[in-house]
Design a protein around this ligand. Structure first.
Ligand code: FRU
Length: 496
């Protein structure tokens, strides 16, 4: 319908038709980034899961491909990962062709219905044409269910430090680690997470990898662990832990050994970034940790006001590990490839804000495809209200309370909200991690989403919205006053 196309993002990935959730099996090979995704091609709500497929030269512009994996008599194809098996450890390689191996969860819907516990197991498939077509391994499952409800979402990486394939797998309240030499035989190493961090939901979609601390030679291991519900703002969310890994056991940093339910280590504090994981096989001379997430939330994902297609992915992001005040933190920024789409730079400087001030309007930049950089100073106690608004008087409010060091996202008046009482009932809250009287940030806008990367990506907030007309103004209001030292906006060149 027309509305569906009005809401379809200008550049964030959406399937042409029907339902999508988690990103799966992302890998890079020979100039192409692959993105698979939880997909139900028959309807606009969740159903028997397939792996859809899209490819890109830059992780920004995507081309949808044929469905990669179909459900079969062993079950639905749930979330998982893919690796490029350069040394043919799996033996799937043939005629000098490098196998790509996908590791996914089989979900047996019948078993679930009957109330059994063991209806999820891990299986593999391989591709000899660089991810285009796949053959399921006849020996599946490679990791049968040991009698655990929720036993899914294998994320496999080559652990070059300990020379092993390493699988992080989620079960209800913990992450399980397994190792293998051939991707077929898996041995349990250890478990992590019981009683640590947020647990008001089921742990899903882990990711586990080493990262170098910015500006040093130090390496730490990062565990990304989504859960649903029980995210920072309820519903779906993605927390992380940082620590050491000795090849068998993950030991978090001291300050992360007994995290409370409500802690500050989240990949994103907004309501719409879930089940995100990182790309495999990024060349060493690039070395980035590149991430993408599902830009929705199980609280309302199946009710959002689009019908021909449902759900988008976040923009691809680069994760970094930093150490500040003796604490490790993950930051995110939009992948630098997005910069290639920048149009002309529009710059404004030294804007003193005390009453309502229009920062940008749609005659200057199209606010449905924009990248906006800002830096503020002179922040003082009192609230600052940023507003995206349209000709219908609808608005998306982004509030910053300096005294409380908190952001709030208010989408109660951001257009269509009544499709679910979970969508806008409460405001989302995000802590400001940095304490300072100045602030910088980047805001990425598409037709139905805002992604905020504040203080060099230390606080990230991603939220979706459904305005009945495009935003035509970005303004700010503050009683206490502050200064916009600089604002640089780019319209992004996407022709849709
Ligand atoms: C997370 C999730 C995964 C599961 C998949 C099913 O959103 O529930 O745990 O594999 O979605 O589609």
């Amino acid at each position: 319908s027309e509305q569906d196309e009005n809401f379809r993002p200008n550049f964030h990935f959406t399937p042409e038709k029907n339902w999508m959730n988690d990103p799966n099996g992302m890998f890079y090979l020979d100039g192409t980034y692959h993105l698979y995704f939880q997909y139900y091609p028959e309807d606009n709500v969740w159903g028997p899961m397939h792996w859809g497929h899209a490819t890109s030269k830059d992780m920004i512009t995507w081309e949808e491909q044929d469905i990669a994996l179909y459900p079969d008599e062993k079950g639905y194809i749930f979330s998982g990962s893919a690796v490029v098996d350069h040394n043919n450890t799996s033996g799937f390689g043939k005629d000098g062709k490098t196998p790509v191996v996908a590791i996914f969860t089989y979900h047996e819907p019948e078993g679930e219905k009957k109330g059994e516990e063991d209806y999820q197991s891990q299986a593999i498939a391989y591709s000899l044409d660089k991810g285009q077509t796949w053959t399921k391994y006849e020996g599946n499952p490679v990791l049968p269910n040991p009698g655990m409800k929720d036993f899914r979402d294998p994320k496999v990486t080559w652990d070059d430090i300990n020379k092993q394939w390493l699988m992080a797998l989620a079960t209800t309240e913990k992450t399980l680690f397994y190792s293998s030499q051939d991707l077929k035989n898996w041995k349990k190493l250890s478990e992590f997470g019981e009683g640590n961090g947020a647990h008001d939901g089921v742990w899903e979609c882990p990711d586990f990898f080493p990262m170098q601390v910015e500006g040093s030679d130090e390496t730490k291991w990062v565990l990304i662990q989504s859960l649903n519900p029980g995210g920072y703002n309820g519903g779906s969310g993605t927390q992380y832990f940082i620590g050491d890994f000795d090849g068998t056991t993950f030991t978090p940093e001291k300050n992360m050994q007994n995290l409370e339910e409500k802690h500050n280590y989240w990949i994103d504090f907004g309501r719409d970034n879930y089940a995100g994981v990182t790309w495999a096989n990024i060349p060493e001379d690039d070395g980035r940790k590149l991430f993408i997430g599902w830009m929705s939330n199980w609280l309302y994902a199946q009710e959002v006001p689009t019908s021909t297609w449902r759900s988008a992915m976040t923009v691809a992001r680069e994760l970094k590990l930093i150490k500040e005040n003796n604490e490790y933190l993950i930051t995110s920024q939009p992948a630098k490839e997005l910069q290639k789409y920048r149009g002309e730079s529009l710059q404004k400087e030294n804007i003193k804000v005390d009453k309502k001030t229009v920062l940008l309007d749609s005659s200057e930049v199209n606010l449905a495809k924009a990248e906006i950089h800002f830096s503020f100073s002179g922040l003082s106690d009192g609230e600052i209200e940023f507003v995206l608004s349209n000709s219908e008087g609808e608005k998306m409010r982004i509030l910053y309370d300096h005294a409380a060091s908190k952001f709030k996202m208010d989408r109660t008046e951001a257009g269509q909200v009544n499709f679910s009482d979970k969508f806008s009932g409460k405001n989302a809250v995000a802590p400001r991690i940095t304490k300072s009287n100045s602030m910088n940030g980047v805001m990425i806008l598409d037709k139905t989403s805002v992604e905020l990367f504040l203080d060099n990506g230390k606080t990230v907030i991603t939220e979706i919205f459904f305005p009945n007309q495009p935003w035509n103004e970005f303004s700010v209001k503050s009683e206490s006053g502050f200064v916009v030292d600089s604002l640089e906006a780019f319209e992004l060149n996407f022709n849709k």
